[in-house]
Design a protein around this ligand. Structure first.
Ligand SMILES: [Zn+2]
Length: 187
């Protein structure tokens, strides 16, 4: 078996190792060493140092994973959000709001009510139009407020998931070894 000469990275003692060995224990200081081969040189590295590097790397990986999750969640929300939005006449989207729903209901009831009263006072068929207007106004208001509620719930869920990921990111090195993120509470 071909032997290679290396130096212990901890105490500097010369060591002979098999050419295909990946690890060696220094017979002078007892350090566990990893053998690093490059084109120009064969060196050793104390395993303790390596495990610190591994820990740093795994912390970095879990940080990247969190960031990935975060941007995926944001992209998902950008897509989902449009489902809840209401397209306006000019093509732009707006958030469904309870205020708008209330406004539609009030306009429907007051406007329709006025027509209904005028129509009934004059025995005119305009009263039917008034009643229809009230009905349409109430239905439109209910649809709007249901959309507003769904949108609010979806936005809350998104915010909770985002906060949970951010908490994991803040937990810092080691990711899962830090304080665990609180589970998000489903409404
Ligand atoms: Zn040594």
């Amino acid at each position: 078996m071909r032997l290679e000469s290396v130096c212990c990275n901890h105490c500097g003692a010369p060591l002979e190792v098999p050419a295909d060995a990946r690890f060696v224990t220094c017979r002078h200081c007892g350090s566990s060493l990893a053998i690093r081969r490059s084109e120009s040189a064969v060196t050793t590295e104390v395993l303790q140092q390596m495990s610190e590097q591994m820990q740093e790397m795994s912390a970095e990986i879990s940080r990247l994973r969190c960031q990935n999750e975060l941007s995926e969640l944001d992209r998902q929300w950008d897509r989902d959000k449009e489902r809840y939005m209401i397209r306006q006449k000019d093509g732009s989207l707006r958030e469904p709001s309870l205020a708008v729903a209330t406004f539609i209901g009030v306009v429907g009831v007051l406007g329709g009510g006025a027509f209904a009263i005028i129509g009934l006072a004059n025995f005119s068929p305009i009263a039917l139009f008034g009643l229809l207007f009230i009905g349409v106004g109430i239905v439109a208001a209910l649809v709007q407020s249901a959309k507003a509620r769904d949108y609010r719930h979806a936005r809350e869920r998104y915010a909770q998931r985002r906060a949970a990921i951010l908490q994991r990111l803040d937990a810092g090195p080691g990711g899962g070894d830090g304080p665990r993120a609180l589970p998000s509470i489903e409404p």
